[in-house]
Ligand binder design. Structure first.
Ligand code: CA2
Length: 149
């Protein structure tokens, strides 16, 4: 069965509880539910995690390959703009990567426009709120089925 890992970076555990004017009212639990509902019609299994720790995210990325997953969807949150280690782990994984952001990182502070992940991602979805995760899952499903045919 096709399976994808969905990773969420630091502070995303606060979604729905702080700064709703920027990040909306959905909790990370709501987003996980949305992802499960989006993956089901494609018969894709998902493993959904969040970590506030850079090294733990690196280990989760390494485990994605070891455990035979087929793609990584990642919102690296603040590490998007700082982490060579996460970008290196994603490259080393050899898996297709889709980068997701709730907000449009190009319409905010200028430091957010730089992503260490974007150059190694298949694609980037930003600015659509939680629905961006569904768009990423649909994109992965389409891409993997095209690769197989
Ligand atoms: O828009 C996104 O998804 C971001 O990845 C969110 C990150 C931010 O650093 C990126 O530039 C864009 C921040 C995640 C923090 O999430 C919070 C959620 C609720 C309250 C406070 C922070």
């Amino acid at each position: 069965m096709t399976s994808i890992v969905i990773l969420n970076g630091p502070n995303l555990n606060l979604l729905g509880r702080r700064e709703p004017e920027i990040y909306g009212s959905s909790t990370l639990g709501d987003i996980e539910e949305l992802c499960r509902a989006a993956a089901e019609p494609h018969a894709i299994a998902i493993e959904f995690s969040q970590s506030n720790h850079e090294g733990e995210l690196v280990e989760l990325i390494q485990a994605a390959t070891l455990n035979g997953h087929n793609a990584v969807v990642i919102n690296p949150a603040g590490y998007t703009h700082t982490s060579v280690a996460i970008a290196d782990a994603l490259t080393a994984s050899g898996l297709p990567v889709i980068e997701v952001h709730l907000t449009n990182i190009h319409s905010r502070e200028s430091f957010r426009a730089n992503s260490f992940v974007s150059p190694i991602a298949i694609g980037v979805i930003c600015g659509f709120g939680p629905v961006g995760y569904k768009l990423a899952i649909d994109a992965v499903a389409q891409m993997l089925s095209t690769n197989r045919s």
